[in-house]
Design a protein around this ligand. Structure first.
Ligand code: ATP
Ligand code: MG
Length: 420
């Protein structure tokens, strides 16, 4: 059978013709999170599996079904990161940052993640996330700041049709009461819930609220509201988050069914949903995770953060017709004839590149006419032709492609100044 060299399901090639869009978005993302005080953290692509699957009982789809896990040649269980937060927590603890760095510690990452999911538009097996994590404060102002960071990104990127939904899922002390109420409610519908939700009932009934099965979703509509169960402290915290959002003119709605896709969240959770992207509309999701550092055996440290899908961000931008500046084009194409002319072209272009200018010459061995055609295709702003005559006089005609205007220039360092 013939070998087929094709990419696996759910991954994408980013081609030279399109990469400018990503470079533009990435640069902007880095700039915006920088304004909010985040410094980059770069982490390994794979970790020991325990970093993501801690202990028993994780009920999320990500951990129970979607991980790329394998044994390496030393028989260690390794997992390609399905999300960013766990790796960041592992790294800040392993490197002693939570004890030594001034708090809050703010770190961001821009990296690929891997999930074995049903591949479809906006849902890939390798995708990219911008994530921010803020450690060392439980103050509601920090929740609001994290949400504001995501809001600023969406605004800067021209994504307007987006709604922010927030919720509080309470803390360790107020949740058992809510779980009991949920169990009592869902018990009546046991016969109608999906298989997975039946196990969720035992381990984490809150997760049923998040089920994508139509029937479970309908039943969940009548479930008890978490906001009726959270304790006074959690309530006050949540109200303060809302006040801070209002102070920044960030509009939101409270959606008590948002629970988020990972088990480590507590208190504030939120999602930014783009209304034009359809079912894969969640561009950004995040929340507070005060219990996670402790799960990694660190000194209990409150934290809050988000993950934003870069592919979904780009989809939302495209949907809204956001303008992405085109890739850079050469300022000059030096066409040439004969060996002497070609040597001069090589010298000149090399000199210009040394001055930081984007210039090109013929590296294919084309005739003059096809060289000019190529210069046009690649969008060169100026061209000049070097033949024997130009080499002898060390002058040439610089042609502005836009209007055909020609000026005589010297073939020396001053050429750079003529290219404006
Ligand atoms: P969803 O509900 O769409 O499955 P999630 O709750 O699994 O999302 P998170 O784990 O919070 O998502 O990840 C944060 C963001 O990463 C999401 O809001 C989304 O934009 C993006 N994302 C998650 N999974 C994928 C995927 N398989 N392909 C592309 N983007 C993804
Ligand atoms: Mg998911």
């Amino acid at each position: 059978m013939a070998v087929k060299y094709t990419k696996p399901k759910g991954v994408q090639d980013l081609l030279p013709t399109d990469s400018y869009k990503w470079l533009y978005v990435e640069e902007k993302l880095r700039k915006i999170v920088g304004l909010f005080g985040y410094k980059e953290i770069r982490l390994p692509t794979f970790e020991h599996t325990e970093v993501f699957a801690r202990g028993v009982g994780d009920t999320t789809d990500i951990v129970s079904k979607e991980m790329y896990t394998f044994l390496d040649k030393g028989n260690r269980s390794i997992t390609l990161r399905p999300e960013g937060t766990s790796g960041v927590v592992r790294a800040v603890l392993e490197n002693g940052l939570l004890g030594s760095a001034p708090m809050p510690l703010k770190a961001y990452y821009l990296q690929s993640c891997f999930r074995y999911e049903k591949a479809q538009k906006g849902r890939l097996r390798e995708f990219h996330q911008l994530g921010i994590e803020c450690f060392g404060t439980n103050a509601p102002e920090s929740d609001a700041e994290v949400i504001a960071t995501a809001a600023a990104i969406l605004k800067e990127m021209g994504v307007k049709s987006v709604k922010l939904e927030i919720n509080s899922i309470g803390c360790k002390s107020c949740r058992p009461k809510f779980y009991a109420a949920l169990k009592e409610y869902f018990d009546q519908y046991k016969a109608q819930l999906c298989e997975t939700c039946l196990t969720r009932m035992e381990k984490n009934p809150m997760r049923i609220l998040d089920c994508k099965e139509q029937r479970c979703h309908e039943i969940a509509q009548g479930a008890p509201n978490i906001l009726d169960y959270i304790c006074e402290d959690c309530k006050a915290h949540f109200e303060r988050v809302q006040a801070c959002l209002a102070a920044m003119d960030i509009s939101f709605t409270i959606n008590p069914t948002i629970v988020r896709g990972l088990d480590y969240y507590s208190n504030t959770v939120f999602e930014f949903i783009h209304t034009g992207v359809g079912t894969q509309g969640t561009v950004c999701g995040g929340g507070r995770y005060n219990g996670l550092v402790e799960e990694f055996e660190g000194v209990p440290t409150p934290a809050v953060g988000f993950g934003m899908g870069v592919e979904r961000l780009l989809m939302a931008m495209e949907d809204e017709g956001a303008v992405i500046p085109a890739a850079q084009t050469p300022v000059l194409y030096v066409a040439s004839l004969g060996e002497k002319g070609k040597t001069q072209a090589v010298r000149l272009v090399n000199m210009l590149r040394g001055k930081g200018l984007y210039a090109e010459y013929d590296v294919v061995g084309r005739g003059l006419k096809p060289q000019m055609k190529y210069a046009n295709k690649i969008g060169a702003k100026y061209t000049l032709v070097l033949g024997d005559n130009e080499v002898d006089t060390l002058t040439a005609n610089l042609k502005r492609m836009e209007d055909g205007m020609e000026t005589e220039i010297k073939l020396d360092e001053t050429l750079a100044d003529a290219l404006v």
